[in-house]
Design a protein around this ligand. Structure first.
Ligand SMILES: Nc1ncnc2c1ncn2[C@@H]1O[C@H](COP(=O)(O)OP(=O)(O)O)[C@@H](O)[C@H]1O
Ligand SMILES: [Mg+2]
Length: 149
């Protein structure tokens, strides 16, 4: 992958001077690239599991956006996916992966026992990112907490 010289999407949206340079049409285009990138990894059976603005990077003029950090992604391909006791592909993962405030409720609530995760959990993360980009705030958490982490 090429070097993306515009930094992370988190830096961009938390920097008012930088964010002001991003007009609506460029912003919608970047969100198109974000959803297309996510669809592409889902099509090959991978769940990202750590969608958040710091795992999205842009180039200097905000014309390109890439999704990065597949460090905790999981593969749903039956050849590689984890299996349960009966040999069925396991779609539930015992993990505390991802940054908590971006996690879907099913993972946060069940985390201590058997955190559930599927492709639809990435859709939740995708919705949160888009909501954050449009409203510049998350529905339930103070942005300041995240900005300082
Ligand atoms: N292609 C790239 N171009 C520019 N910066 C990158 C690129 N890939 C990663 N980075 C930088 O490295 C940081 C960490 O990468 P990431 O894959 O998210 O690893 P982790 O979060 O596990 O440390 C990113 O936030 C970004 O600043
Ligand atoms: Mg990262």
């Amino acid at each position: 992958m090429e070097y993306m010289d515009g930094g992370t999407f988190k830096d961009l949206i938390l920097n008012p001077a930088k964010f002001a340079k991003l007009d609506d049409s460029k912003c919608f285009d970047l969100m198109d690239q974000f959803t297309a990138g996510l669809a592409a990894i889902h099509e090959v059976g991978v769940i990202h599991r750590d969608l958040k603005p710091e795992n999205m990077i842009v180039d200097f003029d905000f014309s390109k956006l890439k999704l990065i950090d597949v460090g905790i992604a999981v593969d749903l391909d039956p050849r590689y996916a984890r299996k349960d006791e009966r040999g069925e592909v396991k779609r539930v993962f015992t993990t505390n992966a991802g940054t908590q405030m971006w996690q879907p409720p099913e993972l946060r609530e069940l985390k201590s026992k058997h955190g559930g995760y599927s492709i639809t959990s990435d859709i939740y993360g995708c919705g949160l990112v888009i909501q954050f980009v449009v409203r510049r705030k998350l529905p339930y958490t103070r942005v300041a907490d995240w900005a300082n982490n």
